[in-house]
Design a protein around this ligand. Structure first.
Ligand code: G6P
Length: 439
């Protein structure tokens, strides 16, 4: 399994085309700050504040028994939201891919929203007796997760089987922790110092991944290799440090949008995971670079016009692989510009076209090139971006590990739910004077 991982930032640097990027002297001016960021994080780690690094020391044997147990089930049902869902989704898509045959592996279903249609659709497909249910919530109080779990739990209770043995609870606290202890579910703790969006390499991701037959040893091995690089004080040898400063300097040059654009379908969900990590960690005190999830080549046909010729407020990240899991030759009996080529040659040529068109139009880009997408390189990707986010918090003087602003909306929702039940869906917070109703 090849773990080669290359970070290329040349298309964010000034060239003869023009001053749209960063010069080496710009980077030289930040060397002192860069070093202190790494030193500050070293202190934070020693103080137990970087749980996402501590979990790399965990004993993976903890998951072996569960992995064997899960082979008794045909389905895995993942009930969780945000950081309790996105990392696993990104991993399943990247490693197993919805595109590969999974006849020898359990089918994974995700309940990650409070949409009754989605929950109902999944339940209609599931034989709950043959399903291992993961209910994942670090706080143990997330309403969407509890709502879905209570619906599933109630259906299981109505069937005549020992349903509590079908449940794996991954939580640290709250109502779910109490219920877990009361009903004696299989339980994994989420360490208090591991934030949800940083928890993919903790039990939150690794327990269900082990059951999905993802090689969690290789995944964490990749993360540990990247950890070593991302702790180097030399910015020219540390991809997370360099990319943190590139995004920081670009933000100060008006690039308020960070587009994540993998040129491989299996990393489409990675973009969603990155989106939470980048937005929720750094979107504070009026600051924040908006993450946009795209996928090449598809998004060229929907978003590229804006990236190339719209406001110069973006920095684009490409993720690409040298080798796909398979390839297809285009055979065609009539004349055509691309007959005889392989699909991989087409998508790679489109990446070259997009990258150079953006460069020509003074839009900065960076690129990560993986030899192949596997557990080692995925682990490297996760860890690089976790470290990049932590470093960026140091650069901006922001606490990258909390999310106080999300609590306000939850409080309003709870009041609305409990006080307005009899009033149907009328929403008191909107003025009735600005409503356009079309019959
Ligand atoms: O894991 P949980 O406690 O259920 O939290 C799930 C998600 O919801 C919270 O509101 C936070 O915004 C996220 O950072 C977190 O990942």
């Amino acid at each position: 399994m090849n773990g080669e991982f290359l970070f290329n930032y040349s298309n964010s640097m000034n060239t003869e085309i023009g001053d749209f990027g960063i010069s080496i002297s710009d980077i030289d001016n930040e060397l002192e700050k860069a070093t202190s960021c790494i030193q500050n994080l070293r202190d934070k780690e020693e103080n137990g504040e970087l749980g996402f690094l501590d979990v790399l020391k965990d004993n993976l044997d903890n998951y072996e028994e569960l992995k064997e147990y899960s082979k008794n089930f045909e389905n895995l049902l993942i009930i969780g939201i945000g950081g309790s869902n996105l990392g696993l989704r990104a991993s399943e898509s990247a490693i197993l891919g919805s595109l590969t045959s999974r006849y020898d592996k359990p089918k994974i279903h995700y309940m990650d929203n409070s949409d009754p249609e989605k929950t109902n659709y999944i339940l209609k497909k599931l034989d709950l007796e043959n399903t291992l249910v993961f209910v994942i919530s670090k706080s143990g109080n997330t309403i969407e997760t509890l709502a879905n779990f209570f619906v599933v739990r109630n259906l299981m209770k109505k069937k005549n089987f020992n349903w509590t043995k079908n449940i794996v609870s991954i939580t640290h606290d709250g109502e779910l922790k109490k219920l877990t202890e009361k009903e004696k579910y299989i339980h994994f703790d989420v360490p208090k110092n591991v934030g949800g969006r940083f928890s993919v390499l903790s039990s939150v991701g690794l327990a269900p991944m082990a059951c999905a037959q993802i090689n969690i040893k290789k995944l964490t091995d990749g993360a540990k290799l990247m950890e070593k690089s991302c702790k180097l004080e030399n910015i020219f040898k540390n991809p997370a440090l360099m990319n943190s400063f590139i995004h920081y300097m670009m933000y100060n040059r008006g690039k308020k949008v960070s587009v994540m654009m993998p040129y491989i379908e299996r990393l489409r969900s990675f973009g969603m995971w990155y989106g939470q990590l980048w937005a929720e960690s750094l979107g504070k005190n009026g600051f924040g670079q908006t993450p946009v999830t795209a996928v090449g080549a598809t998004s060229q046909h929907s978003q590229l016009q804006l990236y190339v010729d719209g406001p110069k407020d973006k920095i684009v990240t490409f993720l690409s692989v040298k080798k796909f899991k398979c390839d297809l030759e285009i055979e065609y009996e009539y004349e055509s510009a691309f007959k005889g080529y392989k699909m991989s040659e087409i998508i790679n040529s489109e990446l070259v076209g997009t990258e150079n068109s953006l460069k020509f139009h003074n839009v900065p880009t960076v690129k990560i090139v993986l030899d192949e997408l596997n557990e080692i390189t995925l682990g490297k990707l996760f860890l690089m971006y976790e470290m990049q986010t932590a470093i960026s918090g140091e650069i901006y003087g922001i606490n990258a590990f909390d999310q106080p602003a999300v609590e306000h909306g939850k409080k309003i929702a709870h009041e609305f739910l409990t006080k307005n039940r009899s009033r149907g869906m009328s929403n008191e917070l909107h003025s009735k004077n600005h409503v356009i109703l079309s019959k």
